[in-house]
Design a protein around this ligand. Sequence first.
Ligand code: CU
Length: 115
Amino acid sequence: MKMKAHTLALSLALLLGTGHALAQSQDSGHDSHHTTASSASDMTEAEVRKVDKAAKKITLKHGQIKNLDMPPMTMVFQVKDAALLEQVQAGDKVRFTADKVGGAYLVLTLEPVKN
Ligand SMILES: [Cu+2]
């Protein structure tokens, strides 16, 4: 089990090293609490900043994304399905799930949050 956890921590570090190194600061993710880090089922809260339907992209000011070990920030995501963008617009509060696919951060599910 120890080896498995170590391997996971290594791959997490590799993932984080590519896109989010600048925003990642000190927390290397090595002494990881993320033994089930591959679960993408945790919804993350966010506020929509920009929607680009043509490019299938959305800019989100998001909270911590546990399964990606990502701190809160504003960033651009690809969306899996452009239809996800039909229901939201800039300024909306949303909940979403995301994963890293093929080197890009991809929004898998997205739903508006009613206040
Ligand atoms: Cu981010």
